[in-house]
Design a protein around this ligand. Structure first.
Ligand SMILES: [Zn+2]
Length: 165
């Protein structure tokens, strides 16, 4: 069990962020992802860990989205991992669509990164060409493939109906 004591929540104008009190190297495990309270619907305090599973993440709910994040949430091993070197006092952030298929509270990102996705609403609203540049949880990869297969099936049916006319 890796402790969350190294993380603190900073509140500025009601805007919360998660700050690390310690430096990390790329690949370091920062803490475990809490999983004692798993629910079937997303809220702004949950992280999606399976097709219909969302876990209440406690303190980690203060993690903000970034289009250029410094941590990933590895939902297969249930750990938060540094995806680049992080300095002490830095804000931690992850790419929300890497775990969220369809978010409860979508918003507009103003991060200013050249690869900014602008509308943060979940992976299902992003093109593959954008998603392929990011780490994605297993359930998101699976749901993406399902969506593609269904679309293909739908298109096939449409073509068949056209042919039978
Ligand atoms: Zn952005």
């Amino acid at each position: 069990m890796v402790s969350m004591d190294v993380l603190s929540i900073r509140t500025e104008n009601k805007f919360r962020s998660l700050i690390t009190k310690q430096a990390y190297n790329k690949g370091d495990v920062i803490c475990d992802i809490p999983s004692s309270n798993v629910v079937d619907k997303a809220t702004r305090y949950t992280v999606q860990i399976g097709h219909n599973e969302h876990t209440d993440v406690g303190k980690l709910a203060a993690l903000n989205h970034s289009c250029n994040p410094n941590v990933i949430l590895d939902t297969e091993n249930m750990v938060m991992v540094a995806c680049r070197d992080i300095s002490k006092g830095e804000e931690l952030s992850f790419f929300y669509p890497s775990t969220e298929w369809e978010m409860d509270a979508p918003f507009i990102c103003l991060c200013g990164a050249s690869n900014c996705i602008h509308v943060v609403a979940g992976a299902r609203f992003l093109p593959l060409s954008t998603l392929e540049h990011h780490f994605l949880s297993k359930h998101i990869r699976e749901m993406m493939i399902e969506l593609l297969n269904n679309t293909e099936l739908h298109l096939k049916r449409l073509t068949q109906t056209e042919e039978n006319k």
